[in-house]
Design a protein around this ligand. Structure first.
Ligand SMILES: [Zn+2]
Length: 473
């Protein structure tokens, strides 16, 4: 299929950071065949009028628990502790393979709809390989790029990663399969016996990267990083998710060994893993990608990730300066940095930079057009990076291509069976609600509110004297 975007503001995100107003992008046989002015399209090419819009690479999310999208928004008021209790201890085991399928399907469709063309499915609800098969079935049913990060919170990683069923699954579904990649997903608790060694060895043997929640307050810390380092498992390609509560020593180890950090600012701000770490990471030269983590709390779109990351980084910089009686006059973190993290940063983190992440001739045609003529927010476009980070939103995603295939056109998904996804997700919700019971269901969604302590206010009148019609002190 041949497609040509005409007359768009092209944000290439290439090495030269070329921004080309009023340019064309030509897609032939799934790849970018030309970027420039007045390009000639072959006969039969689909012409897409990109005028008034921004043409950019598809975005990349490096950490999303897609199975949890079936519970969209349920945990809006949770802390990390409540999340752990609900998924790890109490209700996660109630998810059947078809529930993993339902969540993954909805999440995969949602990713494409919001211009995220590559997503890492951080799939830690794979209690059995039947669950894993269901996860892959769903990802393969949607024409995006998906990396399966295989995990299982119901077992130690040294158990599931060494099982015959897991190896069989890998042979059947991953080797020569249709997924964009495969990772092992598990956390390192800091147990000095380092039981996670077996899982790292499996990853090494399979030649696949490890992705791990690191620097999560109360869960994982510097001990895990030190154990990984001392045992030689901090390799390039390792993805450290959050990395929000780590010491300088750990950041140095990450920087020195070629890993990257997947920052989920919206998550870190609400859940309590630690302060979103980009204000630290940039001092150590650690590569960053962005992620949304889970839609059980928040959104699944990278516009929110870019926006909250800029805000959190700048907020911290101002606070630190004020504490030292200083004023920040120039921000370190710029809009173009977060757009880079949402595109190139993800591609580099996943070792896919030669194929995706920028609009470059020869690369895969994962292309997003932001355009919404009905929106007062889409003009004027003066600062394209700022526009993407602070002005645009998922409703402005007009057209999406994955490998040259049009998966969203004119603001509408192409061939996405939303009715089927809705029915499957509803069945999952019904199943969980019934299994948990109504009381537990409601309790899970509505955690206790701590008692609020009001300060004594010295300026409050104590008494209204109706006779004299005045306040008495
Ligand atoms: Zn996570």
């Amino acid at each position: 299929m041949t497609v040509i975007f005409r007359n768009g503001l092209v944000l290439t995100m290439d090495d030269e950071r070329r921004v080309l107003p009023g340019a064309d992008v030509l897609v032939v046989d799934g790849r970018i065949a030309g970027i420039g002015y007045g390009l000639t399209a072959p006969d039969g090419a689909e012409e897409i009028d990109a005028s008034g819009g921004i043409v950019m690479p598809g975005m990349i999310d490096t950490h999303r628990h897609m199975w949890q999208t079936a519970m969209r928004g349920y945990g809006a008021d949770w802390t990390l502790t409540q999340y752990f209790v609900w998924y790890y201890l109490e209700s996660g085991r109630h998810f059947r393979p078809e529930d993993v399928y339902a969540g993954n399907l909805l999440s995969a469709i949602e990713a494409l709809d919001s211009g995220v063309t590559t997503t890492v499915d951080w799939s830690h609800g794979l209690q059995t390989v039947q669950h894993a098969d269901a996860a892959v079935d769903a990802l393969e049913a949607v024409p995006g790029r998906f990396v399966l990060a295989y995990g299982n919170i119901q077992q130690g990683p040294w158990e599931w990663s060494t099982s015959a069923e897991f190896r069989d699954f890998h042979r059947r579904r991953i080797d020569g399969g249709r997924l964009a990649g495969f990772q092992l997903a598990f956390d390192v608790t800091g147990d000095p016996a380092f039981p996670e060694r077996a899982a790292f060895e499996t990853a090494r043997e399979l030649g696949v990267p490890v992705t791990t929640h690191a620097g999560v307050w109360g869960a994982t810390n510097d001990d895990g990083i030190r154990l990984m380092y001392d045992n030689g498992f901090m390799t390039p390609g390792t993805v450290y998710v959050h990395a929000a509560t780590l010491s300088a020593d750990s950041y140095h180890r990450i920087a020195a060994t070629g890993g990257s950090v997947s920052v989920s600012t919206e998550s870190e701000q609400s859940a309590g893993q630690g302060y979103p770490p980009t204000w630290q990471l940039r001092k150590y030269g650690i590569p960053v990608s962005l992620s949304m983590d889970t839609s059980v709390w928040w959104s699944g779109d990278l516009f929110s990730a870019m926006r909250t990351t800029l805000g959190a980084d700048r907020s911290r910089e101002h606070l630190e300066a004020h504490a030292g009686k200083q004023t920040v006059t120039n921000h370190h973190l710029r809009a173009d940095h977060v757009v880079d993290w949402a595109t190139r940063g993800g591609a580099r983190s996943l070792g896919m930079d030669s194929e995706v992440g920028s609009l470059t001739v020869g690369k895969q045609a994962d292309v997003v057009l932001l355009k919404n003529d009905a929106s007062p927010v889409m003009f004027p476009i003066l600062n394209p990076y700022g526009h993407v980070a602070f002005q645009a939103q998922r409703g402005d995603v007009h057209t999406v291509l994955v490998g040259g295939r049009v998966v969203k056109r004119d603001g509408r998904l192409v061939d996405a069976d939303l009715a089927s996804a809705r029915a499957k997700v509803q069945a999952t919700v019904d199943h969980l609600r019934e299994t948990m019971g109504e009381e537990a269901w409601l309790r899970g969604m509505n955690p206790d509110i701590p008692e609020a302590q009001l300060f004594d206010n010295p300026y409050q009148y104590t008494q209204w004297d109706a006779g004299s019609a005045e306040w008495k002190h």
